[in-house]
Ligand binder design. Sequence first.
Ligand code: NAD
Length: 259
Amino acid sequence: MSARIGIAGIAGRMGRLLAEEVTAAGATLAGGTLRPGTAKAPPAEVPLLPDAEALFAASEVVIDFTHASVAATHAALAARTGKPLVLGTSGLSAAEEEAVADAARQAPICYAANFAPGVNLFLAIAERMAAALPAEQYDAEIVEMHHRQKVDAPSGTAIALGRAVARGRGTTLEEAGTESGRDGQTGARRTGTIGFAALRGGQVVGEHTLIFAGASEHIALTHRSFDRRVYATGAVRAALWLIGKPPGLYGMRDVLGMK
Ligand code: NAD
């Protein structure tokens, strides 16, 4: 029998694409939920479930691309039922991320800022570049652009890039410090910090550029997503991979078999 995959927020932009990709992968769409009180209609022929509890009961694995405020609830349901969860929602607070990590002690959870394979390769390269280009000599700056509807900044992927740079330099993003949204009399750039700039407009699916700026040279790496479907395909791949895995917090690098 094909895997039964449930989708939280089935009427969302990602929710709809996920529903199509579940079917395209030959899996069974177990059902979907809507935000309580929403006026949005689910895609036709999707079994609509009353709440997240019913979603977990009906599914072998759940995919959640909704809103940060429900990530901890969904992770707790995964822990309680032992069912795998693919979490793609961005904008989680440190406390919400901690709740997800806690839940992953009892259920397999794949949490990724970006489910596109190319972006995950980008993250791996960013870490290696940062290890080779010392913070005292190369300023790391991350520029991202997204569609005008995006509600959080910097993007989850930009933060993941920042973390990869910090890891490559043997520190954490919190320890390295960040500079974002510079405006007015900011003072000179602080050595070792990681800079973020967020642009919003139109229907840009997702663009990220990582720049290492030294005194005599400058190197930039850019990734562009042209179609949001790449995230849905990756998330369904992660969902199928997660079935039968022991509890733990996994990332897309695990799904792709990257060291
Ligand atoms: P969207 O606003 O179109 O869809 C979100 C949907 O979730 C909405 O339909 C909303 O009604 C629903 N929702 C909110 N709370 C809910 C609840 N409690 N129960 C059920 N449904 C609920 O947004 P989107 O563009 O589809 O993005 C959703 C999230 O996924 C965002 O956080 C976005 O940043 C993230 N995202 C992540 C990746 C990735 O690869 N990790 C890629 C794209 C988007």
